[in-house]
Design a binder for this molecule. Structure first.
Ligand code: ZN
Length: 436
């Protein structure tokens, strides 16, 4: 039955190719319809590395892929972020023989948190990386806490490598899910220049998950990510396997184990993603030189800190699908002293979550040298009202339902531009800016 399913879906893929269509998740969807247990059929002899977390999955998975590829390995990954069951199934079908054999040195996957137990019920998993947990599209996946408990449940019987962000209490707690698992590797990032003593943005995880005592923070890097510990039960005081030191966002460098790494990104949020990728790949004896070279040349051209020059204006496009993503994007704006305009594009399509009230958790209070805020997308006016309510001068806010009009207005002046878009808006925003 597995053979027929793969044969059938491979024919579909072939026909899509002839029609010059990619088909996205369609082969996976069809295969799943034909055979609910199809994942069992695939035979993998290589290590499987998976990345979960609310923010940064795509960037981390892409970095892991790049590092392994640099070392000379043949790596299969869902780099575009098709991270639900059918997307992963499509990837496996595309890369397997008719008998379900997958030839690769590594398989690396970003996986939607809520699908983790389903995907890995019948698929091998050697290393799981957990980045962070934030409120995200609540109406689709349910409360953050129930999601963490679901993953915790999955980890109770998992004995593979577990790479955890020790600066997020929501993640660090997972290290206690299975006391028999000895393969737990915590990473952490030392205090950076813009870390603060107060939590600046909305975040989760203020209380100890084991004894309910209020957690004490030495500092916050962003949102609830920072150096914390429970004063009562000592939760958080883990032995750190990889510690990132001397983060220098201006020069885009950081250090691990006295080695200097150069990168193309300048947000604290990307540093955490690299910390995760370096920790995960260090478990496979990759040469430091390969890691350095891979990261030094690593850029993403998909609206995640994508840099362009349009009409002589330096432009940065960033995806933000929840308050944390938006606040991290605004940090980049505020850490830049040059005058600039900011474009926000907000849609409320099904994949975005219909409820856009999360925009009220965006922190607009510290805007640094922002001339204008322009809003667009299906919820352009909600966004404009939210900015107005934060106290930003009304005369400097412009709202356009039409994205083309918004981009035209954005480039009507000469200064730096930052474009921040949510999920379904990001590709249209990139397109509108690039073709302007
Ligand atoms: Zn405690």
């Amino acid at each position: 039955m597995g053979f027929l399913t793969i044969l059938f879906t491979k024919i579909i893929i072939f026909m899509l190719k002839i029609a010059k269509k990619n088909g996205g998740n369609l082969p996976g969807k069809l295969a799943y319809k034909m055979n609910k247990n199809i994942i069992k059929y695939f035979k993998l002899n290589c290590p499987v590395i998976a990345v979960v977390g609310t923010n940064g999955k795509t960037m981390t998975n892409n970095s892991v892929n790049r590092i392994l590829t640099q070392s000379g390995a043949n790596v299969i990954s869902n780099l575009q972020g098709n991270n639900m069951e059918t997307g992963i199934l499509s990837l496996l079908i595309r890369n397997s023989s008719l008998t379900g054999k997958i030839k690769a040195d590594y398989l690396t996957l970003e996986v939607d948190e809520s699908y983790l137990p389903v995907v890995f019920k019948d698929l091998r998993l050697d290393t799981l990386v957990v980045l962070d947990f934030f409120r995200d599209q609540l109406d689709r996946v349910g409360e953050v806490e129930s999601l963490i408990l679901k993953i915790n449940e999955f980890l109770k019987t998992y004995k593979g490598n577990l790479v955890l962000n020790n600066d997020d209490p929501n993640v660090a707690r997972l290290g206690k899910a299975n006391p028999e698992n000895e393969n737990i590797f915590y990473f952490s990032v030392d205090k950076y220049k813009f870390a603060s003593e107060e939590m600046k943005e909305a975040g989760e995880g203020k209380f100890c998950p084991f004894c309910s005592t209020k957690l004490e923070y030495a500092y916050y890097q962003y949102a609830h990510i920072g150096k914390f510990k429970c004063p009562k039960c000592n939760f958080g005081n883990n032995e750190i396997y990889k510690l990132i030191k001397n983060v220098d966002l201006e020069n885009r460098t950081f250090e691990i184990d006295d080695e200097l790494f150069k990168i193309q990104f300048n947000s604290i949020y990307s540093i955490y993603n690299f910390a995760a990728a370096i920790t995960a790949t260090s478990l496979y004896n990759i040469k430091t030189e390969d890691v350095k070279q891979a990261l030094e040349n690593f850029v993403l051209n998909n609206g995640r800190q994508e840099k362009l020059v349009i009409k002589e204006c330096e432009t940065v496009i960033n995806l933000a699908k929840n308050p944390t993503g938006a606040n991290v994007s605004l940090r980049l704006v505020n850490e830049d002293n040059d005058p600039k305009d900011v474009l926000f594009v907000l849609n409320d399509n099904v994949a975005d979550g219909k409820d856009v009230s999360w925009i009220y958790d965006i922190n607009f209070s510290n805007l640094n040298n922002v001339n204008r805020i322009i809003t667009s997308g299906t919820r352009a006016y909600d966004m404009a009202i939210c900015v107005k309510n934060s106290g930003f001068p009304v005369s400097q806010i412009e709202a356009y339902l039409d994205l083309g009009e918004a981009v035209k207005a954005l480039y009507s002046t000469k200064c730096k531009k930052y474009a921040i878009s949510n999920y379904t808006a990001i590709q249209d925003t990139r397109q509108a800016i690039k073709s302007f």
